[in-house]
Structures are given as C-alpha cells and as structure tokens.
Write a protein that binds this ligand. Structure first.
Ligand SMILES: Cc1cc2nc3c(=O)[nH]c(=O)nc-3n(C[C@H](O)[C@H](O)[C@H](O)COP(=O)(O)O)c2cc1C
Length: 342
C-alpha cells in the first residue's frame, strides 16, 4: 500500500487518528525516529517546504520523507502564495513517497505573514480560494489544509469555512487560535466543532492537547476525526500511546523521572553529531528542553538553570538533579489555564 493509500484509509476509518504536528526545525528525521520509538502517531507532518519562484524542496526536509524511519505515512507541508511555484512543488513532491500535500494557512511569524504566506493568507480569503482551487487540481493524492481561525478575529472563520467547503479537500486541520493570538490562551474548540459539523471532509483538532483524558474529551466535544499534537508530544512522547490506551478504556502508564531522562538521552544521541561544537550541541538541545521543562515539577527553576548551561557536563548535571527519581510524571504544563473545552 502506498503512503497516500494508508493515509486515505486512516481518514476513512471510524477510529480517531493521531498525528504529529509540523514543527519547523523540530519535526526532523531524527525527531520522528525518536517519537516513533515511543509508539508515535498514526501520521507525521513535515515542517513546511518554503515555496517561491526559484525554490527547490529543501534536502533536509526531503530526508524525513525518503528516509522515513517510522513505518507510518508522512504528509508534506507547503508554505507560500506563488501559484505556479506551488503547483510546480506539489507536482514534484508527488514523485516522493508522501501521504498528502498540505497547505500551511497558519504560520504566525511576522516575517512569513507580512509576505502574505502562512497565516498572512487568511487576510486575503479570495487568494486562499484561488490557491485551493489550483492545488486541488494539481494534486492527485490527498490534499489537506492546516489553518488558524482567522488573522485577527475568530469571526473570520465563518467565511473561511465557506471557502474550505467549496473545494474537495481531504482533511482540514484547525489550530483553534487566530494568527495574531500566536500561542496565547483562548483556544476556541467550539469552532473546531463547528468545522466538523459543517464540512464534508474530516477535521483534525489542534491546539494545546496535553493529556490523554483531555484528548478524549476534546474528541467527544468537537466530533473531530483526529488530533494533531505538537508541543505536547515534545514534552511527553508517551502521549500518543497514552491517548490510545485512554480510548480503549485502559489505565494510563506514566513515565518516571528516569524514563524522561532516558528520553532526553535519546534526543541527545539522535540530534547530535560529533563534528558540532559543544556549545552548539547544548544549544540545539535547549530547543527541546524549553518544551520538556514545562512538564517537569519546578519548571521555573529547571528552565532557569537549563537555559544558562553552556557545557555538556552542566547540561546533564541539571537534568539529573531534576529527573533522577522514580516518581511517576504526568508531564502536563502547569501554566495551562485553558479549560479543555470552551
Ligand atoms: C517550534 C514550532 C514550530 C512550528 N512549525 C510549524 C510548521 O512548520 N508548520 C505548521 O503548520 N505549524 C507549525 N507550528 C505550529 C504547530 O504545528 C501547531 O499548530 C501548534 O504548535 C499548536 O499545537 P500544539 O499546542 O499541540 O503545539 C509550529 C509550532 C512550534 C511550537
């Protein structure tokens, strides 16, 4: 079965689908390999391929497709607004073993949205309409869209839904925040429920999924066909297995501090190559630690300490100080003030 056939079957099956969110500079081949060892999701997304008039698909992102170590399908995500370049790239990527082509309509980085790409496109719904039309025609495998609720206000979502409904897309993933909201509280799960009600295609819910019980509640309340999980998976790579156990009505297994320490060791071994300088190695790990640290008890103290380390010895001294224990850890961020369903 091809990756796109496997993906289509997942979208058709009644069971909820779990997916790893695209995360620039995080969801690389090596991170996917680590996540897969912990059970992993049913489908992975690449970080976005940048598409413009002279772009070529980035080699390191292609690696996560051609060397996919997970045994699960990988969706290739595109960001851009240049129609001929989007068509050219979508056609080229379809020669690789990808599950689907996904269009990014959510990136909130000003450098991206000011160029009217990613989340910036939501300010121009007519342009979204045109891009969806041509990409749908050019893509012969599943074509999916990942969107935020609007650029400035969730009220924009109503009109966007009409555009998504017009094109036979295969999946809509909704990160239920606006672009200007960035990652701030106020995730509108009720609007994901509206999308699931009104669209013919399946909808995945995205935004602040952090525990198995909350994930189950979210699936029930929104009637979404699946979940897309980003930061929660970096913090807690056991999360996908925990959610599957929860949905089967089984008891959730929590990792201990030493299990989390072993996970950080795996990330280190996978991410780090011998020709990188010590400081760069430690800096690269800090990207993961910023998220993992939120799930550790005393996150403020841990993050304060880990953000200041510059050597390998210091890095492991701090990790061991906080994690050399056998207590179970739920790895939930204490700062989450959202209610699961709003
Ligand atoms: C470090 C980082 C990089 C991201 N890069 C992308 C990206 O390349 N494409 C995309 O559609 N979203 C990207 N996102 C957004 C996530 O896919 C996701 O929508 C967002 O983090 C909310 O989900 P979460 O609360 O489960 O993390 C990124 C998020 C983070 C934290």
């Amino acid at each position: 079965m091809t990756p796109s056939e496997t993906f289509s079957n997942l979208l058709r099956s009644p069971a909820p689908v779990l997916s790893l969110a695209p995360m620039q500079d995080v969801t690389t081949l090596s991170f996917m390999r680590v996540i897969a060892r912990y059970g992993g999701p049913e489908v992975y997304w690449t970080e976005f391929f940048r598409v413009h008039d002279v772009s070529r698909p980035e080699k390191w992102i292609l690696d996560s497709i051609t060397k996919n170590p997970t045994g699960r399908p990988v969706v290739a995500q595109l960001i851009g607004n240049d129609i001929p370049a989007l068509i050219r790239t979508a056609k080229e990527l379809q020669h690789y073993p990808i599950a689907a082509i996904d269009l990014n309509l959510g990136c909130p980085a000003p450098i991206v949205y000011r160029k009217c790409a990613g989340g910036g496109l939501l300010r121009e719904p007519q342009r979204v309409d045109a891009i969806l039309g041509v990409l749908r025609d050019a893509v012969t495998i599943p074509f999916t869209v990942k969107t935020r609720l609007g650029f400035e206000s969730p009220a924009e979502f109503e009109a966007l839904l009409k555009i998504f409904a017009k094109h036979p897309i295969d999946l809509l993933t909704v990160h239920a925040r606006t672009v200007l909201q960035m990652y701030r509280p106020g995730v509108r799960y009720d609007l994901i429920a509206q999308a699931a009600r009104e669209l013919k295609c399946p909808v995945f819910a995205n935004g602040n999924v952090y525990s198995a019980t909350q994930a189950q509640q979210l699936l029930t309340e929104t009637d979404a066909h699946g979940l897309m999980i980003g930061r929660g998976a970096i913090r807690n790579p056991w999360l996908f297995d925990q959610i599957r156990a929860q949905l089967r009505g089984e008891k959730i297994k929590l990792p201990t501090g030493r299990d989390v320490l072993a996970y950080i060791h795996e990330l280190w071994d996978n991410e780090i190559s011998p020709d990188i300088k010590e400081l760069s190695q430690v800096q690269r790990m800090k990207k993961f630690m910023n998220f993992i640290g939120e799930g550790i008890s005393s996150p403020t103290e841990f993050l304060h300490a880990i953000r200041r380390v510059e050597t390998t010895v210091e890095f492991w001294r701090i990790c061991e100080e906080f994690l050399s224990h056998d207590q179970p850890m739920n790895l939930e961020p204490p700062a989450i003030v959202e209610r699961a369903i709003e």
